[in-house]
Design a protein around this ligand. Structure first.
Ligand SMILES: O=C(O)CCC(=O)C(=O)O
Length: 312
């Protein structure tokens, strides 16, 4: 028996990390989830599976200009906010300067040299924001923060940063199965180009409009769950289901050929991934920051574990 499939193993893990799951306490109360914080949590605990984010319930073109702060954004950013409900993503060109990006790259190199940051088995460098005050400050960039909080109409907190040296080659997925919220729709990500990307170095790909697909959660691809064990299916089964969904709903596939300093912001349910690396000699340095709205329930649908969040 795979220990990772045993819920009691997760409960012990959650208990050990109790401080980092306390962020859910208020939200459990607010959304009337009557469970201990250390218990497994999944979409099966909740009454609905639709986003409650205001720009999913209504259209950004009519709603966004009604908020006085909208007028404070630069004109080009306003345009992108207006298309959010249709697109589920936006690109802000050169949000970060060359100098800032160089500093990020230097900082990541330093963290690696000092062995404070290590590649995991998927070639990812996780949580540089917890190791470096400078990287943490990037997650709080004022314009980026203002845009994210406007889109969600809630305060946001950075859950994690992931740095890549090479393209991820990750299959198509939506982040909502990895970083799930109740209500749905309250995760948002910012992907920062730390160098230019092109068709050779495994650029990010995404499907505009795919955020409107139904959220694919445990009940849709997993089965055989019991009170003590997780369902029998695994992440490959999830990715296969997404592939099938994309075949049934042919969205246009776009690749992000970014310039250093460009940022792509994506919706909680936008389907995206990493293209194949055509030239393995090329790096594709990037940093993605995943943010949660602060006052919602935050967890990982597949393993049913509450997300671990450090104090900001
Ligand atoms: O950077 C990439 O290639 C993919 C990143 C991604 O899928 C994610 O962070 O959710």
């Amino acid at each position: 028996m795979n220990l990772k499939k045993l819920k009691p193993v997760h409960w012990i893990y959650n208990l050990i990390h109790y401080k980092a799951i306390r962020h859910n306490r208020e939200a459990y109360r607010k959304y009337e989830l009557n469970k201990p914080l250390i218990a497994s949590v999944s979409s099966r605990d909740f009454p609905d599976k639709e986003s409650k984010a205001w720009l999913d319930l209504g259209d950004s073109r009519s709603l966004a200009p009604l908020k006085p702060v909208f007028a404070a954004f630069p004109g080009p950013v306003q345009e992108k906010i207006l298309s959010w409900s249709d697109n589920g993503y936006m690109i802000i060109e050169k949000l970060f300067s060359e100098e800032t990006i160089d500093k990020i790259n230097d900082e990541i190199d330093l963290l690696i040299r000092k062995k404070k940051l290590n590649f995991n088995s998927s070639h990812k460098l996780l949580f540089a924001n917890r190791k470096s005050a400078f990287i943490k400050s990037i997650t709080k960039d004022p314009l980026l923060h203002a845009v994210l909080e406007f889109i969600l109409d809630k305060e946001v907190v950075a859950f994690q940063t992931i740095n890549f040296f090479m393209g991820s080659e990750q299959r198509a997925h939506s982040d909502s199965v990895h970083m799930t919220t109740y209500p749905l729709g309250y995760l948002i990500a910012a992907w920062i180009a730390l160098e230019d990307t092109n068709s050779e170095n495994g650029p990010l790909f995404y499907y505009p409009g795919s955020h409107r697909l139904p959220y694919l959660l445990n009940n849709d691809f997993n089965e055989g769950e019991t009170a003590l064990t997780l369902g029998k299916k695994n992440y490959d089964d999830y990715e296969n289901r997404i592939e099938t969904l994309l075949k049934q709903n042919p969205f246009e596939k776009k690749s992000f050929h970014a310039k250093k300093g460009d940022v792509l912001i994506w919706h909680a349910n936008l389907v995206h991934g990493g293209s194949p690396i055509i030239n393995p000699a090329l790096t594709r340095k990037s940093m993605v920051i995943h943010y949660y709205a602060k006052d919602v329930i935050k967890y990982h649908e597949i393993t049913e574990r509450p997300s671990l969040l450090q104090d900001e």
